[in-house]
Ligand binder design. Sequence first.
Ligand code: PBE
Length: 270
Amino acid sequence: DASKPLGPQINYTITGIDAGAGIMGNTQTALEKYGLAQKNWQLQTSSTAAMTSVLDKAIKNKQPIVVTGWIPHWMFTKYKLKFLQDPKKVYGDAEGIHTIARLNLKKEEPGFYQFLENFNWTSDQMSEVMLQINEGADATQAAKDYLKKHPKQLKEWLKNVPNGNGKKVTLAYVAWDSEIASANVAKQALESKGYKVTIRSMDAQPMWTAVATGAVDASLSAWLPTTHSAYAKSFKGKYIDVRTNMEGAKTGLAVPTYMTNINSISDLLN
Ligand code: PBE
């Protein structure tokens, strides 16, 4: 009911995802900066799957809901959602997905490092893989299909990359849809060149720790400069920011477009 205040209708709750996600910390900051925490608004921790399932139900019933949202993600194609304006820029401006590597990787594994320097794609390309997985495809198969469809891009990614001859390398990733896509595509691309790639799924904090301590070689899952700024700061000097592998990412709070009165984070107070 748009004529009534929103807070009591949704129990002053924003539906979030896994605790380690950068968007969770930033949303906590947003609750404070926009005066929502002071009005008893809270952020519910869950998982991407639980969040999208609650979102699905709310949309089917045309009920109000506020979620942590980001691009690239299929939720923005499947549902009519809008980001709430963030005049205080808590969620930052231009955001990208970065490749980070352990110190010394370039010296010790120059061939693999060359691949990391080459690897980049667009949000649309990543979405092709995400969509296929969301429709039920196995991640390995979706990655193989992608490479078959984009042989020129695979060639670019493998430019100046020598044959791996069975060399073992490890990529850490967080099981967000975007990172499931990138880790699997990178694995298949490298394996086509003779590398043996282990991809290890972990939470965001362990992922950053694993790269910074050298427990894994690299990760394609770093959202910078804003989303993972707390991790980047705490591991400063202990990892290499290799490159942006995908530009045009965005995070924030999102609501269904039928919530016509709610357009900015501060509107949640109305
Ligand atoms: N995300 C998706 C992550 C990065 C990828 C926005 C949920 C995060 O908040 O850390």
